[in-house]
Design a protein around this ligand. Structure first.
Ligand SMILES: [Zn+2]
Ligand SMILES: [Zn+2]
Length: 121
């Protein structure tokens, strides 16, 4: 079970940050992600069983490694100004020669640096 300070944790389906799994008075698990405004309630008996199984099979290390890998893949740092940003489709810079993916444009104001995609592979 994913546990931080002894509390079961589960990733928010939107931002994938680990959130504490709480239990309602009726013994049904739920999780709340405040930044996303996401509330996940598991109400059906079959769903609850499945959710518990998922919690048991999600081991802490594996989950954290996966999240870290996601971050490494999509988090870029501008070589010019050091600004860190997420690789977003709207920042994609394509090559004027063949239309292929060249890299991502640094979103920082007054910085037009292109972070080459190869760098993150
Ligand atoms: Zn979230
Ligand atoms: Zn920059």
């Amino acid at each position: 079970m994913v546990a931080v300070n002894g509390k079961p944790m589960f990733p928010c389906p939107v931002c994938t940050q680990a959130r504490e799994v709480r239990i309602t008075k009726k013994d049904k698990p739920y999780l709340i992600c405040d930044p996303c405004g996401v509330q996940v309630f598991v109400r059906g008996p079959a769903g609850i069983e499945e959710f518990r199984r998922l919690l048991q099979h999600t081991n802490n290390e594996g989950l954290l490694t996966r999240l870290r890998e996601m971050e490494r893949l999509y988090r870029l740092a501008c070589p010019q100004c050091g600004h860190e940003f997420w690789a977003e489709p709207k920042l994609i810079k394509t090559s004027v020669f063949d239309g292929g993916l060249k890299g991502f444009r640094c979103p920082k104001k007054n910085c037009d640096a292109i972070v080459p995609w190869e760098q993150t592979q």
